[in-house]
Design a protein around this ligand. Structure first.
Ligand code: URA
Length: 435
């Protein structure tokens, strides 16, 4: 087999076989195919696309390029959730212990990335002592003890994706639906799960700005699930405004603790219950989503979800005193109110700009080597459709570095569009997609 023939076949618009895809992925990962040939194949896939079978074969080839976890020694169904990322998206931190408390094993692995959305791993690491780098044995042992562990993805998971993703980043081929779908799914399927609930976000703060693209991505990932024998459900959810109110690492942990104690913002609760109910359904714990939501609501109000979170923090080396008393979590030295310059309704929020503003305060990274400040961020007071008066508070900035404030304030101010017209209410859960 020759890389040249595979490129030519795809260039002519023909379908690649499982063997051709596996050959290309394996040879490229081992250094047997040069970057220029891999770049050309990626660009050809970008223009010619891949059907469901080719995408599933690409996913399997990338998954098999590294470690594939075997969790069969743990009894019960293993179900994970993956979000394509959004501003203030802290759902995993509530969802994983909540669903675990209802008897489902949740082996949650998150990747490290850059960008405006913040990372689950950074959020968890704002809890003093919390370790996200458990060994495989520790990971499995914790899952056996409490049904849940939240860790960073090992370097040994899907190395082919790592190499190909870096090349895509340099060659303008990130935005290809089959390449995104196979990249995400290769890493998730390597976790040894039985089922996966996907939260595919759409809107101004999402990777997929247009709902049409989010739906295409979700359908592609659900089809990969079907072809690889895994249960996959995808929810298309709103990211035209931040989720909950808090953005920034320890601020988000504080909000998660509120929800785990049966309080907190309604949109965050609603989306967590919906995703969690589908996880229970995929695990066979309930036969309908309404029943799943009832169980999870009970676990939020009777303290069992909070207790499971506390157990997870303790087992992963975190200081539970900071959980029981969130004022012990990192907090910023200064705060500044963002005030409304006019009276009206919040018509639109540029959610990506809000995420970037939080990163500018130090909550996220621009470069891999950047250090983040766990204490800083933004707490939103007003969201889409809310009425505001001139001089009323829209948000509170929590900051440490005074030299970053003026520019960030301006960025945040520019993210709000206020109008005299009351906008239509948006739906949080837009669509449910199953294979
Ligand atoms: N996230 C991934 O893991 N891969 C992509 O291609 C895009 C987003």
């Amino acid at each position: 087999m020759r890389a040249y023939d595979i490129i030519l076949k795809k260039r002519k618009g023909n379908k690649l076989t499982k063997e051709e895809i596996a050959f290309f992925v394996n040879s490229y990962t081992k250094g047997g195919i040069p970057d220029y040939q891999a770049s050309v194949l990626l660009m050809t896939i970008y223009f010619k696309g891949m059907d469901d079978e080719e995408t599933a074969n690409l996913t399997e080839a990338m998954m098999n390029s590294g470690d594939v976890y075997d969790l069969s020694s743990i009894s019960g169904k293993k179900i994970d959730k993956h979000s394509t990322g959004g501003v203030g998206d802290k759902v995993s931190i509530i969802l994983a212990p909540l669903v675990a408390s209802a008897g489902v094993v949740v082996p949650m692995m998150s990747g490290r990335g850059l960008g405006h959305t913040g990372e689950t791993l950074d959020k968890l690491e704002s809890i003093p002592g919390f370790r996200t780098n458990l060994t495989k044995d520790e990971f499995i042992s914790n899952l056996k003890k409490i049904n849940v562990a939240m860790i960073g993805q090992s370097e040994l998971i899907a190395p082919a994706d790592k190499k190909l993703y870096a090349l895509r980043d340099l060659t303008g081929t990130i935005e290809s639906i089959p390449l995104i779908a196979s990249s995400i799914m290769s890493k998730k399927l390597a976790e040894g799960i039985d089922g996966l609930v996907l939260d595919v976000k759409t809107g101004s703060g999402a990777f997929m700005k247009k709902e049409r693209d989010a739906v295409r991505l979700a359908k592609n990932m659900a089809a990969i699930g079907k072809k690889t024998g895994k249960k996959v459900v995808a929810l298309i959810t709103d990211m035209d405004q931040p989720l909950g109110n808090a953005i920034g690492n320890s601020l988000e942990i504080k909000e998660c603790i509120e929800v785990l104690k049966g309080r907190g913002p309604q949109d965050l609760i609603d989306i967590t219950l919906e995703l969690g109910a589908y996880m229970l359904k995929l695990a066979g714990k309930v036969n309908n989503v309404a029943k799943g939501k009832d169980i999870l609501k009970r676990h939020l109000s009777d303290g069992s979800a909070y207790q499971r979170f506390r157990d997870m923090v303790e087992l992963q080396g975190g200081d539970v005193r900071a959980i029981d008393n969130p004022s012990l979590l990192p907090s910023a030295k200064f705060s500044k109110e963002l005030l409304s310059e006019r009276t009206g309704y919040i018509l639109k929020m540029d959610t990506e700009a809000i995420g970037i503003a939080s990163c500018m305060l130090g909550a996220g990274r621009e470069k891999v080597e950047d250090k983040i400040d766990p204490a800083v961020g933004i707490v939103i007071d007003k969201k889409n459709g809310d009425k505001v008066k001139i001089g009323e508070r829209l948000a509170l900035l929590h900051y440490n570095a005074e030299d970053r404030l003026a520019e960030t304030y301006k960025k945040l101010q520019g993210a709000y569009l206020i109008s005299s017209k009351r906008p239509k209410k948006r739906q949080l859960i837009r669509r449910i997609i199953m294979a």
